[in-house]
Write a protein that binds this ligand. Sequence first.
Ligand code: FES
Ligand SMILES: [Fe+2]
Length: 406
Amino acid sequence: MSEHARTTLIRTARDMLHRLDSQQIDLAPDILSVDADIYVSPERFEAEKRLLFRRLPLMLAASCELAEPNSYKAMEIAGVPVLLVRGADRQVQAFLNSCTHRGSQLAEGCGKRARFTCPYHGWTFTAEGKLLAVASARSYGDVDKGSLGLKRLPTWESAGLIWVTLDPGSTLDKPSFLGGVDQLLEGFQLDRWQLYDQRVLPGANWKLAFDAHMDFYHLPILHKNTFGPDISNLAQYYFHGPHQRLGLMSSNPVEQDGLHSLKNLQEQEWSTGALLFGEWILFPNVSLNCFIAGERIMVISQVVPGETPDSSQTIQTFLTESAPTEASEAKVRELVSFIGRVVGEEDLPMSRQQQRALSSGLMPKVQFGRNELGLQQYYHWLEQVLAASSDDDLNRLFSQPAPVTP
Ligand code: FES
Ligand SMILES: [Fe+2]
């Protein structure tokens, strides 16, 4: 982690320590009303897929999910089939998961493969996306193999995460979009962690499923049987471009790196783990939350739009900093199932309840309180991004120096 990143983290930790003493959070100037239609409208849903998911860099996987050369992962995001491959040179590339003959998907799920042979007519591609062989080449006819490689999507790794832009011609400026958040997340050194488990949970509109991740207001109420009724319902939000970070204004009954360990130490002794406290939100659809249960466990939640406006999938990925041992395994397993219950049996059923009411058309607005500053900012950013007419516009938007105020 750079010196600059550490300085930023220390500044935030210092601020958060004061707030834990004073129990004061930053409040939004007003309550925000948002049209319920944004969770329901098919036109809005299509616009979000096109203007958000197909224009912005998305965190699609942890680097350690593709740890070995020739490992791959296929996924579909906002209607785009994507194939992530780590080549023999250890570089990750992202391709449209689509054979250049007639579009069949080359791989499903994840695994390890140096060649991808199309299941339809048998064309073969290398892990670097080159067309290697055309089936029955003599009778097929002459083919310029050099021009029929897989369609490449802009991709890079930083902070142990794999980022992909689903627009092959994107001119988005990555550093402006990231607002330095990846440099801060470098502190976790996630590239050294390992994949422990992964699951997919169905939910309602992707924003209903995702915005609960920026919402601590509901913690002691909806999660009274899991996190318990004594957890704080207040978050202090810190902003890094469109991304944000939430500090909980109490300790968490489920152990996390916290600031309590710093109180009697000099700032130069503050551990990186403690400095990275809280929940991290990567705009527009990813949250990262580190827990301690036998091992340090990173819970990565990606919320992706489903087939229809009222459906989404939450992909929960669990990484451990070290391989669980015989002694720690049971605790890791319990945390993984706990997070599954919290989201799968509490948050996502709630999102479906909300969806039914909003889809009825009888509730035209939803509200975000002054205590929900991060949610207000999030919805503000969404509108700004949707309104941007080009990558140049987006670049201007993301290079604004100060956080956007609602
Ligand atoms: S679609 Fe792939 S070989 Fe025909
Ligand atoms: Fe929740």
